[in-house]
Design a binder for this molecule. Structure first.
Ligand SMILES: Cc1ncc(COP(=O)(O)O)c(C=O)c1O
Length: 379
């Protein structure tokens, strides 16, 4: 039989049915502990909730399939997932990371990570040459890239970065939060690990903080990451796991809608008299459009940024005038959000002061455009 398409697997949550009751929606698995067999074994595979739970097993199995990986782990947040990868490194290891990335992770990498002897060099992640030049053979153990990267939406050529990593026996990890498996499957392009803030599109309803990693192979490094999760205890709550599984079932519909609307909004505001620039990889003049077109299928994501003429205050005032776009941080939910990114990231941010980040939701796109037009008109 022909294998089902990912959208089908997601919609049906892998077709799970409860054998005892025939329910098609999974129950909430809240138990923290599991019965040991009389001969002292744990044949169910579960012993204690921090080590693993049927609550996580469902979204992990689905994400493994959607990302075409060998295994997945969910975490208490995207930061817990990302930091587990770095905590699995050893003192003396070197990392090459993209300059443009989720700001809190960059801050953590610039600070705490150094203290236990892991060094990190930040490079332009959209330049394959810059990534290659930063690798120290024998010492670089990890290349960490975010693509599309917050908040400029620059794109890393994943296949080229994977080749560079593997030439030096390093691993490539991709923060694919913005692309989601709907648009890009980094493991198929050669990455070793894919990371998601599942808080964003995977859950999609701004009501769960969660993270996930999916691995191409279950090797020693993956074992170390699994141990980090068990020992640091940064596990997903059982209700959050249940909500995440429910959110994943509409992932394909939501992402398709967000992409279509983001493309329409980006095209609408190009050349607008009050907009200095529109940053969106789906625009032909985006510096990385060609790579994005090659490695993203079905759209360029639901995230874009606009630079408002008149500087930081004009951008902040524009956000203040929106009625439909909600002034809030985060991204990937069904409701559209607007944020003055430099205010969040502070000194050292790659975000220009006049930049507004837009997370496009699933509302009617004409309403979104009208609201932004009105907000800009007051500048
Ligand atoms: C691209 C990206 N990666 C990682 C994170 C961190 O995820 P969380 O907030 O779930 O810890 C975020 C959060 O905004 C993000 O946007």
């Amino acid at each position: 039989m022909k294998p089902y398409q990912p959208a089908t697997l997601a919609a049906q949550g892998l077709g799970w049915i409860d054998e005892a009751t025939k329910a098609i929606v999974p129950p909430l698995h809240v138990s923290t502990t599991y019965i040991r067999d009389a001969d002292n074994q744990y044949r169910s595979g579960y012993s204690y909730g921090r080590n693993g739970s049927p609550a996580f097993a469902q979204p992990e199995a689905l994400l493994t399939q959607l990302e075409c990986g060998a295994a997945a782990l969910t975490f208490a947040s995207g930061m817990a997932a990302a930091s587990a990868v770095f905590l699995a490194l050893k003192p003396g290891d070197h990392v090459v990371a993209s300059q443009v990335m989720y700001w809190a992770l960059r801050k953590w990498l610039q600070g705490a990570v150094k203290e236990w002897g892991v060094s990190v060099d930040f490079v332009d992640g959209s330049s394959t040459d810059a990534i290659a030049a930063a690798v120290i053979p024998g010492k670089t153990k990890l290349i960490w890239m975010e693509t599309p990267a917050n908040p400029l939406w620059s794109i890393t050529d994943i296949a080229a970065a994977a080749e560079i990593a593997h030439r030096s026996e390093a691993r490539l990890a991709i923060d694919s939060t913005v692309a989601t498996p709907v648009l890009t499957r980094p493991l198929e392009l050669g990455a070793d690990i894919v990371m998601h803030s599942a808080t964003k599109y995977l859950n999609g309803h701004s009501d769960v903080i969660a993270g996930a990693l999916v691995t191409f192979r279950q090797d020693e490094f993956w074992k170390r990451i699994t141990e980090v999760r068990i020992n640091n205890g940064a596990i997903l709550g059982t209700f959050e796991a249940w909500l995440l599984q429910r959110g994943l079932r509409t992932l394909y519909l939501r992402v398709e809608r967000c992409c279509c609307s983001a493309q329409a909004i980006a095209e609408h505001f190009v050349g607008h008299p009050r907009v200095a620039a529109v940053l969106y990889p789906g625009l032909p003049d985006h510096p990385n459009h060609a790579i994005a077109a090659r490695q993203m299928q079905g759209g360029f994501g639901g995230m874009l940024s606009i630079c408002v003429k008149g500087g930081a205050q004009a951008a902040i005032d524009t956000a203040a005038r929106t009625r439909l776009w909600k002034r809030a941080t985060s991204l990937g939910g069904v409701e559209s959000l607007v944020e003055h990114r430099a205010s969040v990231e502070g000194p050292g941010t790659p975000a220009p002061p006049e930049l507004l980040r837009l997370s496009v939701g699933i509302e009617d796109v004409a309403d979104l455009i009208d609201d932004l037009e009105e907000a800009l008109a007051g500048t």
